[in-house]
Write a protein that binds this ligand. Structure first.
Ligand SMILES: [Zn+2]
Length: 55
């Protein structure tokens, strides 16, 4: 609890962010991280990037 960074919530398989520039970057990294951990398929990750406007 040492900073005021935005937090992302993983709800129903989708990350929810406030939409600021920092969140956009973290969102992208988090989604890619979920793929690496096997929590998301490549197709699901693509869908989330698209929904979040990252692609
Ligand atoms: Zn934010």
């Amino acid at each position: 609890m040492s900073d005021d960074e935005c937090t992302a919530e993983f709800i129903d398989g989708t990350y929810t962010y406030c939409g600021c520039e920092d969140c956009d970057q973290r969102e992208y990294d988090d989604i890619e991280g979920e793929v690496e951990m096997g929590n998301l398929t490549d197709a699901e990750a693509l869908e989330q990037h698209r929904r979040n406007g990252a692609l």
